[in-house]
Design a protein around this ligand. Structure first.
Ligand code: NAD
Length: 417
């Protein structure tokens, strides 16, 4: 993994690449390249031995022209202010591509949750929720899960917010457990949209997903669900990996059995008698479809020259550096961009919020049907823009669609006299 690419600079470069094809005032483009505000704060929490620990935490509210800020909260020792800013910007464009009425935000705490007990993590999460309380809200900023956070942390944030505000506000956060106001289908949504995006792309390219070979890097929420749903479509998932390394089986894995093995042992490695491979070997396997589903910058320009996949569907946010993207465009690899491919997570978060506001539950069938409609409509819009403007790749097409929508919303709001 390259340590060099700064994700915030990557985001700005992606916007510049698309802006060339748009007739939008430079002043507006500048506005769309940096966050409106960033909260940077200390969180102090008690450890089980009674000592205190302080960590840094961030919440970036990138743009609210199309609706409340929306985006996950990540717990990872590598979290930085620039990473959170980039992730919050990607949320703006993601929400615009699938045309849901949200802006973009993102949060993160620079901490390794593996170093902490559940009680310590609860103290930490409630400390963050207390800092966030003045700036979040059902109509203001709506956090969600991201790397190393899930329903448990979302429930703690909701409970802290509601207690401090003396109200019930299930729509203040999404990704909750069903009994706390969560939505059916939310856990699977990111992997589902990645699968739908890959299916539509294969269809557009005149290729069959059935029988296609697939490698998946990262076997957490997004990666393991995408692997299972691609297997359901008849693809052969021949390699998967996580931070402990990868496994390979040319005849295709039973992806749910691999997931059960990871849940039991903590890693995909050691599954059956599958051959062990490194993450770099996985990323350069000769496969029809590669699904990076771990973290940013998994593929840099060097590695991109060795990538042997025909299609890459980005389940992770920012898995290719901009230089890697250029190499892959040059080499004719079709990249289905993160801001579209993994938009299922925020789309079903939006459905969760709508259900919370309506105080009414949808069935899983309805959630999945609405998600499929939104993803296939968004794909059509991206392809129309790509073909009409003869754009270099699908990422630029997705940004052209999204930037136009955000800039329109800003311009329609007008300026103070
Ligand atoms: P997760 O924590 O559930 O899973 C991450 C996986 O990546 C784990 O299996 C971990 O072992 C693996 N990993 C970490 N470093 C690795 C490395 N160097 N090589 C190989 N594997 C590695 O997280 P997630 O929710 O699945 O998120 C994964 C990516 O998808 C992130 O980029 C996240 O921003 C993005 N994403 C997630 C959602 C969502 O709803 N969960 C939505 C949109 C985007």
């Amino acid at each position: 993994m390259s340590e060099e690419a700064n994700p915030f600079e990557s985001l700005q470069e992606q916007i510049d690449d698309a802006a060339v094809y748009l007739d939008i005032d430079d002043g507006v483009i500048d506005r769309l390249k940096s966050p409106e505000r960033v909260l940077e704060t200390n969180l102090t929490f008690e450890r089980d031995d009674g000592s205190l620990k302080t960590v840094r935490a961030y919440r970036s509210q990138f743009n609210g022209d199309r609706g409340p800020y929306k985006g996950g909260i990540r717990y990872h020792p590598g979290v930085t202010r620039d990473e959170v800013k980039a992730l919050s910007g990607w949320m703006v464009y993601k929400c615009a591509i699938v045309d849901i009425p949200y802006g973009g935000g993102k949060g993160g705490i620079a901490v390794d949750p593996a170093d902490h007990s559940p009680a310590e993590l609860e103290g930490l999460t409630r400390a963050f929720a207390t800092e966030l309380r003045p700036i979040i809200g059902e109509d203001r900023d709506i956090p969600a899960p991201d790397v190393n956070t899930g329903q448990r942390e979302m429930n703690w944030i909701k409970d802290t917010y509601e207690t401090l505000e003396n109200t019930t506000a299930p729509g203040v956060i999404t990704g909750k457990a069903i009994d706390s106001g969560g939505s059916a289908g939310r856990v699977e949504a990111t992997g589902r949209s990645t699968t739908l995006a890959a299916r539509e792309t294969f269809d557009w390219l005149g290729r069959e997903i059935e029988g296609a070979t697939v490698a998946v890097q990262g076997y957490g929420n997004a990666g393991s669900v995408a692997a299972a749903l691609l297997e359901d479509l008849g693809a052969d998932v021949v390699a998967v990996s996580d931070s402990s390394g990868g496994i390979h089986d040319g005849s295709g894995f039973d992806t749910r059995a691999v997931k059960a093995h990871k849940t039991e042992t903590g890693a995909v490695s050691g599954y059956g008698d599958a051959e062990s491979i490194t993450n770099d070997e996985l990323l350069t396997l000769d496969v029809d479809l590669l699904v990076p589903a771990a973290l940013e910058n998994a593929v840099d320009a060097d590695l991109a020259t060795d990538v042997d996949a025909d299609v890459i569907a980005e389940a992770a946010n920012g898995p290719l550096t901009p230089d890697a993207d250029d190499v892959l465009t040059e080499r004719g690899v079709t990249v289905v961009p993160d801001v579209f491919a993994n938009a299922g997570g925020v789309t079903v978060s939006y459905f969760e919020w709508v259900q919370n506001r309506q105080r009414f539950h949808w069935t899983e069938e309805r959630v999945n049907e609405e998600l499929e409609r939104i993803i296939t409509d968004a794909f059509e819009g991206i392809i129309e823009t790509y073909e009409a403007n003869d754009l270099p790749n699908l990422r630029t097409a997705a940004y052209v669609v999204a930037i136009e929508r955000v800039a329109d919303a800003y311009e329609q709001g007008g300026n103070w006299p």
